[in-house]
Design a protein. Structure first.
Length: 131
């Protein structure tokens, strides 16, 4: 049994001297679908951008430069959900306090070593040097 070629969901209108309303509708249909899809994508993207909190420059630098390699995914998620700068400052203090190997001393050796190695370490990632 021979199967006839099914009608595609879109076919370009045949060239004719006169444009019929059917041919115009056939051309507009895919354009409408494409336009609608672009609007949906743009709306979803705008919604995600609106839900993402804007961090002040100092907090963004801390998250993306200073703590980027040592912060856990859970800590990062919690930090991004904080609403005020005061909450973020408290979080940063607790972040470093938690990593202090000798809490009884005035200096946080882990923090000191982290910044020392990030400034002058083999890759020098804070200065942009490549080892």
């Amino acid at each position: 049994m021979k199967h006839s070629n099914p009608t595609p969901w879109f076919s370009w209108p045949r060239a004719s001297k006169r444009s019929s309303s059917r041919n115009v509708r056939q051309m507009r249909s895919p354009m409408f679908v494409l336009f609608a899809a672009l609007l949906v994508v743009a709306a979803l993207d705008a919604g995600q951008a609106a839900s993402k909190p804007r961090l002040p420059a100092a907090h963004r630098a801390w998250l993306e430069e200073e703590a980027v390699y040592i912060i856990t995914a859970t800590e990062r998620s919690v930090f991004l959900k904080l609403q005020s700068d005061r909450e973020r400052d408290i979080f940063i203090e607790a972040f470093w306090r938690q990593r202090d190997p000798t809490p009884g001393t005035p200096e946080n050796e882990f923090k000191t070593e982290h910044f020392r190695s990030s400034d002058t370490g083999p890759t020098g990632w804070r200065r942009g040097r490549v080892g």
